[in-house]
Ligand binder design. Structure first.
Ligand code: SF4
Length: 242
């Protein structure tokens, strides 16, 4: 089923209300030290991971620069870029895609301090000359880190950035959506809201999804975040890789 494009109506149809938001947010903040400790352990495991022979030497991009541990939205990108996160160690920062992402983030009224950004694969699948997409096996392999990140941070809203990111989520929580059908819509998936977005790379901006279309998608994301409420700590099923 393809959700309706008018995302805000989709949220209302699912009966979201904001009444418990402040108390749940306070509860999550009170758990911050434990959360920070668990996240540091996860980042350390990722740093030591050598599961993908082609990628492991680049090093996983997962740590404090990824953002807030109580995010209003968790973004899933494709992979650290050769000139971007693999170099700066900050997701979506330092290359052309990062600049466009940062512009779109600001256009939605969001800052890095209130979001978390990760990738379908944590290590950069590039050679010295150009970026390459991760293989299906690599995305599946790294799904254990994505699943644990989602389980740990429990964002009320998840935004996938690009087709591979949307597919990576499908390996954890089965779905059959294609990006061309659901981009810029709001979808209830388990106990969070999903907003699939196109990748902000120059190639995508010039061929598939223009900047003005992507700005409109980010406005839908902003309205979704405003209408969402924080999730209760440690409730619900844990996504696991299949
Ligand atoms: S991409 Fe993920 S699974 Fe593969 S080596 Fe890096 S951290 Fe490990």
């Amino acid at each position: 089923m393809v959700p309706r494009r008018c995302g805000f109506r989709t949220v209302q149809r699912h009966g979201i209300n904001m009444t418990n938001a402040p108390s749940q947010r306070r509860l999550r903040r009170s758990n911050q030290p434990e959360l920070a400790s668990r996240f540091a352990t996860l980042a350390q495991e990722a740093a030591l991971c050598r599961a993908c022979p082609r990628l492991a030497e680049r090093g996983a991009v997962l740590g404090p620069p990824n953002g807030s541990l109580t995010p209003r939205v968790l973004f899933i990108g494709e992979a650290p870029g050769r000139r971007g996160a693999d170099r700066t160690r900050v997701p979506f920062h330092g290359d052309a895609s990062g600049r466009c992402f940062e512009y779109l983030l600001a256009s939605a009224g969001l800052t890095r301090e209130e979001v978390f950004i990760t990738n379908a694969v944590l290590c950069c699948p590039a050679d010295d000359a150009r970026n390459h997409p991760p293989t299906t096996a690599e995305v599946r392999q790294c799904g254990r880190f994505l699943g644990r990140t989602l389980d740990m941070l429990r964002p009320p809203v998840v935004a996938t950035v690009g087709a591979i990111a949307l597919r990576s989520l499908g390996y954890l929580i089965k779905h059959r959506w294609h990006l061309s059908e659901v981009s810029g819509t709001i979808i209830r998936l388990q106990d969070f809201l999903l907003v699939p977005l196109y990748h902000p790379s120059p190639r995508v901006l010039h061929t598939v999804r223009s900047q003005s279309q992507q700005e409109a998608d980010f406005q839908i994301l902003a309205r979704c975040i405003q209408a969402s409420r924080p999730r209760k700590p440690r409730a619900g099923a844990r996504p696991t890789a299949t």
